[in-house]
Design a binder for this molecule. Sequence first.
Ligand code: PHE
Length: 353
Amino acid sequence: MTIVDELQALRAQALASIEGASASDALEQVRVNVLGKSGSLTAYLRSMGSVPKEQRAEVGKTLNLVRQAVEGTLDRKKAALEAEELEARMAAGAVDITLPGRAQQVGTRHLISRIQDEISEIFLGLGYNVVPGNEIETDYYNFEALNTPADHPARGMQDTFYVVDRSGDKAAVRGESDVLLRTQTSGVQAHVMESQKPPIYIIAPGKVYRRDVADPSHLPQFNQVEGLVVDEGITFGDLKGTLEYFTQHMFGEDRRTRLRPHYFPFTEPSCEGDVSCGICHGEGCRFCKGTGWVEVFGAGMVDPNVFGYAGIDPEKYSGFAFGMGVERIACLKYNVPDLRMLLTGDMRFLRQY
Ligand code: PHE
C-alpha cells in the first residue's frame, strides 16, 4: 500500500468518524484524534521529510487535499451539531403555555396596622393631630415627668426592659440604666406639653413593651394609642363623651361602654374604660375573664403635677388623657378570642381581615 493509499484510507475513516459523531464533544474528540498534536494526519505531515523525493509532490498534494476535506467536513458537522443542540436546549427550557399559571400572592395590611389607622381616622375627624413618639425612652419621660418618681409603687406594674450601654458606662454596669423600652405611650404627653402651647389635641400611636407573659389578653409587646387634650375649660364630661364617641364609631352601637374609678399617677381623677365583650355578649368567657367586659381604656384628667413638669399653668388650663390598646381593640372588633392569634403570621387567619 502506498502512502497515498494510506492517506486515502485515513481520509475515508476520518470523514466517517466525523459524520458519525452525535454531539459536539464527541466531534471535538475526532478532531483531536486526526488533527491534534499527535493526531493521525499530523503524523503524516510531520514525516514529510522522510518521504522519498520522487513521491513528495504527490504525497504533499494528497495530504493537503485530505486535510482540507477533513477540516471542511469538521466545520460543517460542528455547525450542524451546535444548531441541533441549541434547538434541544430551547425545547427543554420552553414555557408550556397550556399549564395553569402560578398566581403572585398579593400582601395586605396587617390587621393591627389597619385598626391603628382606623383609630387615627376617628380622632383626625375630631380635629386631633397625630404625633410620633420614641420606643426607646428615658426613665424621665416614661415615669418621672408623669408624676411617677423612682420609689413610686405604680412602677411595679410596668416593669420593663432596660437598654444597657455596653461601652462601660458606670450607671449601666451598676444596672441602673436610665434608658428603657417605653411601657406606655404616655411619655409622648410629656414631650408634647414641653414643646407645644395649648390648645393641644393629639393622639400618639406606637409600640410599647412590658415584662409580661403572653396570655389571651396580654402581650409583652403591643401597641397603644395615647390621647391628650389640653385647653381652657376641659371637663371630665368631655373625656367621657370623647370615649363614647370613639367606641360607637369603632365598634358599632350595640357595644356598651362603662367607666370604672381607677388610679394612674398622672391623671386625677382616673378611670378605666371597658367595652362590652362581643364574643360572649356579656355572658362571660375566657377572653373577658368571665366578666362580660373587656378593658380598653385607661384615662383621666391630667394631674396638675404633670402640668407643673411641663410648665403649663393648671389654673388656666385643664385637660384629659387616655390610652388604649390597639390589639385589644382589633380582637374586640372582630371577636378574636386570643391576642396571640394576631402575631402567629398564619395567612389563613390574617386573610380573613
Ligand atoms: N398609660 C396608661 C397605661 O398604659 C393608660 C393611660 C393613658 C391612663 C392616659 C391614663 C391616661 O396603662
